[in-house]
Design a protein around this ligand. Sequence first.
Ligand SMILES: *Cc1c(COP(=O)(O)O)cnc(C)c1O
Length: 404
Amino acid sequence: MNIEEPIPGPSTQSVHAGSPRQRPGHAITTPITQSATFTFVDSDDLSAFMQSKIWGEVGEEGREEYGRYGNPSVNAVEKRLAALEGGEDAVLFASGMAAITTLLLASLPTGAHIVMTNDCYRRTRQFCTTFLKRLGIETSVVPMGDYDAMEAVIVPKKTRIIISESPTNPYLRLVDFAKIAEIGRQHKVVTLIDSTFGTPINQLPLSYGIDYVLHSATKYLGGHNDLLAGVIIGSAERIGALRQAQGVLGSVLAPHNAYLLERGLKTLALRVQKQNENGLALACYLEAHPKIERVWYPGLESHPDYDLAHQQMKGFGGVVSFTVKGDYETTKRFIDALRLPYIAPSLGGTESLVEQPAIMSYFEKEPEERLELGIFDNLVRYSTGIEDAHDIIADIEQALAQIG
Ligand SMILES: *Cc1c(COP(=O)(O)O)cnc(C)c1O
């Protein structure tokens, strides 16, 4: 009889996945290996290690050589993240941007072409359309949800990668993972989903045939607004190549941050569950409020991707975007009247954060340029933390009461 091991649930995985049962000194936590380099007993030990590397053999468990090529504290978290996403392997980076820039620099030749969906993290777009452009790599940006447009811009042999976020920032639009994976397969183009807003608790893009999943681990994965990190998960072969490239480009995560990330991950499922509840409660409250113009939240029937959200997500996350009835100044006054969330960029942590994108991420743009990018002056992005929903809502209520 073939007894299959049951797949552990996400909360169990958040705590245990990839961890050895016994650690050095019988500690329950992964020690912080604060070491830049790793020593060899003698020259034979060194040459045996080098041989095993050449032959791609599995050497001594946890045997490292130099901090840019690997660190036990970092590797432990990589294993957990790979398990949570249902991937074979993962590689951690110093930040989300370090992850995306390392992958693209390492894998794209001059003359390559990128297809990207709009409404995406603006620094990713900036990296592709300015930095990579200088290296002779072109980027086409297509509207979210327009799969015909996506196929139409693919250039055989030149297009190497399709990049999309899901949900996006700030309008929380989704892409259909199965459709993107199919387009990638048909045209022999690699696919990447930035799943930062989704988290492995709410969605698993790899299970639809997507090649790479990327996260800014600064957000939900770390979850405490106390570290920057990035991660890419995929097949052992792809991640192995990426790890080699990282050894050259040097965008590694520090062991101390890996420890903080592992600690944060233990409560990932609990936190995201709470943030799913808070996000939905806030979105429903706002949608019924007469001083609110429009709400974007994938769990609301009014959202363009409501059906898709129910197919491919288990929860819709903690971020809610909305427009206040009024102008730039009214919206500023509303935000300044809030007492609970901090005004700050970022999302996904334990503390609720709020921002007016017109002042925060898009401040240097002219109002017309902002509108072209779809950023309204009265737009607010609220990222719920793990506070109680009734406190978040009561605070919004008193702030809206103050704007007349
Ligand atoms: C924050 C963010 C990034 C960049 O990550 P950093 O850790 O800040 O470098 C990339 N993608 C998305 C969707 C993000 O929210």
